[in-house]
Write a protein that binds this ligand. Structure first.
Ligand code: DP6
Length: 359
């Protein structure tokens, strides 16, 4: 598979006016992507659980246009969101080579997230994947020969060009991004699902997102990935992630909870360690992040729970646990962890199967 495969072919020029809509989920990485090169290519293989309740809904209205320019407006929750437009323009410029018909339309992009805008949950994965899927629905209208396999592969390819981790938000329940020798079919260009059945222990896994800090991100992902260039521990980190990926694949087959916990927590802390040891350095955890981690460890020591945590590039904590423990863990979160969340807020989510078209 090369980038050539994703250049639109056989476009029929019978453009009309209409709209298409998709709902696309966020995802949470178990082995993290942190460091990229070239045109949004990952330095190591990553794997994530696809979420379901945290999602973006996007409606793309299109009208034929002959201005030969990119023409679009973005609306967030019904309000014009001009601050999003430079990012979308950059995305359109990047994908134009793969979708040469883009300038033949004027677009109105209406989008909204299921989670609050200021929750500290990144909307780029769900937002970029929803937009990529809408654009693929439009491409399909111009070319009815497109297979489902190509449709989803190209949606993931385009989403990656908008935001790396977005390529893992098209399908589910687990998506790999980045070529790895132990997994034939894995790719630098797109997210792919696992070619084997995962162990029952990891089916319907739960993720409760504790909103420790609902502010804007301290370090944008662009700045964060850049910190990995000339980072003294970069190569070791990429090797560690690739080894953790290989190990977690085994765990997903065998159902080994303890190994799962140690890989997932180590990945979260390694990601933060990279930011603490970069130049300039950043500390993205808050005191409450640490209090939550200690509470989770204590709970695990005192009970037979298989609860664990992971982190994104911020202070919020994702609490992961098997569906079978839902009741006890929900009680623990409400009684002992909610106090560390801003305004006591958290979001219960569960692993899902990916994006869906909205009619
Ligand atoms: C910490 O996908 O947001 O969430 O490619 O620059 O858009 P860009 O970065 P982004 O990085 C996400 C990094 C992460 C880990 C992960 O999701 O794998």
């Amino acid at each position: 598979m090369t980038t050539e495969n994703f250049i639109s072919k056989n476009i029929q020029a019978n453009f009309t006016t209409g709209s298409v809509s998709w709902q696309s989920p966020s995802n949470i990485a178990l082995v993290k992507y942190w460091g990229k090169y070239g045109e949004q290519l990952p330095k190591n293989t990553s794997i994530s659980f696809t979420l379901s309740n945290c999602h973006t809904k996007t409606k793309l209205h299109y009208t034929p246009s002959n201005t030969h320019k990119f023409e679009f407006e973005v609306y967030l929750d019904g309000q014009r969101a001009e601050s999003f437009e430079p990012k979308i323009l950059k995305f359109f410029e990047r994908i134009e080579v793969y979708m040469p018909f883009l300038k033949q339309f004027k677009f109105r992009i209406e989008t909204g997230n299921s989670f609050p805008h200021s929750s500290g949950i990144a909307s780029s994965a769900s937002g970029m994947s929803a937009l990529a899927l809408c654009l693929m629905s439009l491409e399909r209208l111009t070319n009815s020969d497109i297979t489902d396999e190509y449709f989803y592969a190209k949606a993931s390819f385009l989403a990656r060009l908008g935001s790396g981790s977005a390529c893992r938000s098209i399908q589910g329940p687990l998506v790999v991004w980045g070529e790895h020798p132990v997994l034939p079919g894995s790719s630098q260009l797109i997210g792919t699902t696992l070619p084997f059945e995962i162990h029952d222990n990891f089916k319907d896994y739960c993720d409760t997102i504790l909103l420790v800090d609902q502010g804007e991100k301290v370090v944008s992902s662009t700045v964060g990935h850049d910190l990995m260039h000339n980072h003294p521990f970069a190569e070791q980190r990429f090797n560690q992630a690739n080894q953790n990926f290989e190990a977690i694949l085994e765990v997903l087959k065998t159902g080994d909870f303890d190994k799962f916990i140690s890989i997932v927590e180590s990945e979260a802390l390694s990601l933060h360690a990279m930011m603490m040891t970069s130049e300039p350095y950043f500390l993205l955890m808050k005191p409450n992040t640490l209090s939550i981690i200690h509470k989770i460890w204590e709970f695990r020591r005192e009970t037979s729970s298989k609860i664990c945590f992971t982190l994104d590039a911020g202070a919020n904590v994702h609490v992961l646990y098997p569906n079978a423990e839902k009741e006890e863990v929900s009680r623990f979160i409400e009684n002992e962890l909610a106090v560390f969340c801003e305004n006591g807020k958290y979001i219960h989510d569960v692993v899902g199967i990916g994006a869906k078209v909205l009619l």
